[in-house]
Every structure is written in structure tokens, then in C-alpha cells.
Design a protein around this ligand. Structure first.
Ligand code: FAD
Length: 294
């Protein structure tokens, strides 16, 4: 049995998740091509291998225990391709969406300015329909190509994939691996887009702890009028700490890693926030980040 690509045993995942949780995978695999990924899926099915795909790990709270299976990352050249055709761009799942938001500007296109501050891969952003400033990934999506657990390659139009606020068909079918997607963009002016991007960056820098390890917003906002950060602030948890996991004193809907926070520290802090907001505000907060326990 031979897998093409990079296979590592007892691989650290610390620099593969933006919380910097210091955990390990029994195996870490980077296929060189879609063909390699197909072969991997065939082996995985035949041998009952447990696996999951990691993008940039910017929406994940990983378990502190070693993952007993294979973590797959689409990082090779084949998954980082960006191809233009008029106002359409076809992009590999491993490309970072913030990179794409700049790249399209050199092709006279615009539309992804909202995504310039999101540190996620195209695969991860499609999986969770990432969004900001009233725009979301599916607004610009035309189609997605993914592999099923049997290694079958499927192309689906956006209309064939159910999606909503931070949710998609892929969340209900996590065994599928997104390999690329086509986005439909508008024509625009680079200077104008850059101005908007700069503006948004300044806003993020002023309001979010982007200098510290985190995974972005912890909870969804209960409604457009009601922000989670406000609720967490009002129950007095800004700056509250369990181990090295702390409710950011800059933005109360962020938990930041102050040094050596474990997955357990972060999950305990989340539980405490949920309980306090429920008790004092009678609101059930809904988690936006994904807990990966194994
Ligand atoms: C500072 C900061 C700011 C952020 N701001 C925002 C924001 O404004 N808006 C927002 O929506 N999010 C935001 N996030 C959260 C995060 O960046 C997004 O959720 C992003 O889409 C996650 O992408 P990822 O590649 O890191 O996915 P990961 O965290 O690696 O994975 C998330 C899920 O996607 C699955 N997945 C990843 N790749 C694939 C693939 N190829 N095929 C199938 N499944 C896949 C994984 O298995 C996992 O279940 C922020 C995070 C940080 C740290």
C-alpha cells in the first residue's frame, strides 16, 4: 500500500490551528494531487481509516489527546491553483480566501473585499459559509467540486447545495472533501477595492485581538440586533481566564490563547460563558467554532 504525497507520523498540529493548541495527529497526510487524494480515500474505505480534513484550522477547537487517525491537508500545488476565465475564477480548496481577495484585483475583478480579513482556506470557508460585513462565501460561489468518501468526483452548482447563515450541506456531510470551487465575480477597480480592504482591516484591528491566537468569533450573534460580545461583556466576563484561555479584553466574543491554553481550557471557558449568559440573560448562545473531540 503506497500513498503519494507527504505522510508524517506523530505530527504536531500546533502550527496547524490558529488557537495554537498543542496537540498531535497519529498521521498527517498531504496528497500531491487529486489522484493521490482519490487513492487515499479508496485505502481509507478498504481499511476503515479514520480521517478528517483540516484547512487553516481557524475555526477549530482541537482535542488535547492525540488524534488516532489521519489528518489530511490540501496544501500542495494542485490544491493551490487559481485560474481565471473572464469574470470567473476557479480556485483550489487549499488557497487562503484572503489571498484570493487580493489576487482577483490584479485581474480587474472585485467582490471579495469582505473576505480579506478571514484567515481560512477556500475549503473551510465553503464548508461553513464564512462571511463578514453582510456578505458570505455562497453569495459569490458558482459551483464546487468535491470527492465523496468513495473517491468519486462530483461537481455541484451552488443551487444544489443547501446553505444558510454559517451553515451548508457540507456540514451535514463532512465525509466529502472539497477540492476546488468556481466563483463568479464582478469587474472592478483595484484602487477602490484596496481602499475598502484597508478600511475593513483598520476596523478589525481596532475591534478584534488579531495579534493573539484565536479562532475568531466564539458564538453566533443571537440576532442582528443582539451581539454576543455585548452579552458576554454585560455578564462581566471580559478578561476572565481559565488557564491560559482568556475572554479577550478587546472583544468579548473572542477567546485568546495567552500562552499555553489547552483545548480543555478553551472548552471550560466556553461552558462557563454559556452558563452565565443563560442564567443572567436567559439566552442560549450558539457556538460558531467547531469542537473536534475524538
Ligand atoms: C482572527 C480571525 C478572524 C475571523 N473572522 C471571521 C469572519 O469574519 N467570518 C467568518 O465567517 N469566520 C471568521 N473566522 C473563522 C474562520 O477563519 C472561518 O470559519 C474559516 O472559514 C475557516 O476556514 P479554515 O480553512 O481555517 O477551516 P478549518 O478551521 O481548518 O476547518 C473548519 C471545518 O471545515 C472543514 N474543511 C476544511 N477544509 C475542507 C475541505 N477542503 N473539504 C471539506 N471540509 C473542509 C474541516 O474539516 C472543519 O470541519 C475568523 C478566524 C480568526 C482566527
Amino acid at each position: 500500500m503506497k500513498l503519494n504525497g507527504k505522510l508524517e507520523e506523530y505530527a504536531s498540529l500546533k502550527d496547524k490551528n490558529t488557537y495554537r493548541i498543542d496537540t498531535t495527529a497519529r498521521y498527517f497526510y498531504e496528497p500531491d494531487s487529486i489522484e493521490d487524494l482519490k487513492t487515499f480515500l479508496t485505502f481509507a474505505k478498504e481499511n476503515n481509516w479514520e480521517y478528517f480534513v483540516i484547512g487553516n484550522g481557524s475555526n477549530l477547537i482541537l482535542s488535547d489527546d492525540m488524534y488516532p487517525g489521519i489528518v489530511v491537508k490540501l496544501d500542495s500545488k494542485d490544491f493551490r491553483d487559481i485560474k481565471y476565465q473572464e469574470n470567473k475564477v476557479t480556485v483550489g480548496a487549499g488557497v487562503m480566501i484572503n489571498k484570493l481577495s487580493y489576487d482577483i484585483l490584479d485581474h480587474g475583478l472585485s467582490g471579495l473585499e469582505w473576505a480579506s480579513g478571514i484567515p481560512g482556506s477556500i475549503g473551510g470557508c465553503i464548508f461553513g459559509n464564512a462571511g463578514a460585513y453582510n456578505s458570505e462565501t455562497f453569495d459569490f460561489l458558482e459551483s464546487v467540486i468535491y470527492l465523496t468518501k468513495d473517491g468519486e468526483c462530483v461537481t455541484k452548482k451552488k443551487e444544489e447545495l443547501s446553505h444558510g447563515y454559517r451553515t451548508t450541506w457540507f456540514k451535514e456531510h463532512p465525509e466529502n472533501i472539497i477540492v476546488s470551487a468556481t466563483f463568479l465575480l464582478s469587474y472592478g477597480t483595484k484602487e477602490k477595492s484596496l481602499e475598502l480592504i484597508r478600511n475593513r482591516f483598520e476596523r478589525r484591528k481596532a475591534s478584534q485581538p488579531i495579534d493573539k491566537p484565536s479562532a475568531g468569533s466564539v458564538f453566533r450573534n443571537p440576532s442582528p440586533e443582539l451581539s454576543s460580545w455585548k452579552l458576554i461583556d454585560e455578564v462581566g466576563l471580559k478578561g476572565f481566564r481559565i488557564g491560559d484561555a482568556m475572554v479577550s479584553d478587546k472583544h468579548a466574543n473572542f477567546i485568546v490563547n495567552m500562552g499555553h491554553a489547552t483545548g480543555k481550557d478553551i472548552k471550560s471557558l466556553i461552558k462557563l460563558i454559556e452558563e452565565k449568559v443563560k442564567k443572567e440573560k436567559n439566552i442560549d448562545l450558539v457556538l460558531e467554532q467547531e469542537i473536534r473531540d475524538w
